[in-house]
Design a binder for this molecule. Structure first.
Ligand code: AVJ
Length: 323
């Protein structure tokens, strides 16, 4: 049994092609937008780790508190022999689940699924050291495009999709994603889903526009990604970070606002893009949920919500659902 193996489900030029098509589509749209996946280059991933430690950004702490309190219950309810995690599993939250499943005595395989091969290799290296006997199957894939979960692992499987990242998807994208996930699962498998909850908009906006400006730097970093990868000439100083609560859709929007009329060359996609003074480009939505809404979205995708837990302050929700 090899301790760590890696499967690449994305062609080597996947990123180049996906970035180009996203930029062509989003920056020629009447209301400019970019998908949040492009935030996470090395610098962006470091900035996100910094965000998780900010006083205003409560979701990571809240979810960790739930997992600390409920990991044993989650392990016992799932009896999982394989933990699949949508995301590279470099987080402490992964270890809470692995520890509980090892304590239960069922843990055999761990399958982190992430777009970043380097993050998977780093997580795999550390986890195989800390969990002797655990088989780590890293899967390089964009799970929002296709899941491609390995089938040669031991059932039952517990699929963890944590952090509230489901909220990056719009309702129609979430419905498609949850249905595709449901179709990959078999009786006995389970889904552990983290969702940030609707709350005071002042608390929500502060979590996405912190006083230290770390989220502003995280948001603007996507311009550096386009400059580097597509040889663009964005001037990050020419854009301001904005975070809004959209009460109708119940999601946070992050946008980059052009401080002046400006033209940006993006030779990598043979585009020149005009920004009017004050024009805003949407860089992320982060949807916030209610328990009833989560239960309904899971049911529409063919899941049954079996457990719902929140942190003591009711800021964040963790669901255990079965196909
Ligand atoms: C990693 C997608 C869960 O939406 O809260 C943090 C990303 N964006 N601050 C989120 C994020 C701005 C985060 N997720």
């Amino acid at each position: 049994m090899t301790a760590f193996e890696l499967t690449r489900l994305l062609p080597t030029d996947h990123f180049a092609q996906a970035l180009r098509s996203d930029v062509r589509r989003g920056l020629t749209a009447p209301a400019k937008w970019l998908p949040p996946k492009w935030f996470y280059d090395k610098r962006g991933s470091e900035l996100f780790e910094d965000i998780t430690r900010l006083p205003e950004y409560y979701p990571t702490r809240a979810e960790r508190a739930i997992l600390t309190a409920r990991a044993g219950e989650i392990a016992a309810a799932s009896q999982a022999r394989t933990l699949v995690e949508l995301g590279s599993g470099s987080s402490e939250k992964t270890r809470l689940l692995l520890d509980a499943l090892r304590e239960l005595g069922t843990l055999e395989d761990y399958v982190p699924v992430d777009v970043s091969e380097s993050a998977l290799r780093e997580a795999g290296r550390r986890l195989t050291l800390d969990y002797p006997g655990l088989a780590v199957h890293g899967v390089v894939n964009d799970f929002t495009a296709s899941l491609g979960l390995p089938h040669e692992v031991h059932s039952p499987r517990l699929v963890a999709f944590l952090g509230g990242t489901l909220g990056n998807l719009a309702p129609d994208e979430r419905a498609a994603f949850l249905r595709a996930l449901r179709d990959e699962l078999a009786p006995g498998d389970a889904l552990l889903l983290g969702t940030d909850l609707v709350k005071d908009p002042r608390v929500l906006v502060a979590a996405y526009d912190d006083a230290a400006g770390v989220t502003a730097e995280f948001d603007k970093n996507v311009l550096n990604v386009l400059n580097r990868e597509l040889d663009a000439d964005f001037d990050p100083a020419g854009f301001q970070h904005r975070a809004y609560w959209d009460a109708e859709h119940e999601w946070i929007e992050m946008r980059l606002r052009s401080v002046k009329a400006q033209r940006v060359a993006i030779p990598g996609v043979s585009l020149t893009v005009e920004f009017a003074a004050g024009e805003e480009m949407r860089t992320e939505i982060s949807a916030k949920f209610r328990q009833a809404g989560v239960a309904a979205e899971l049911a529409a995708a063919g899941f049954r919500l079996r457990h719902w837990w929140t942190d003591p302050e009711g800021r964040f929700g963790l669901s255990l659902a079965e196909p």
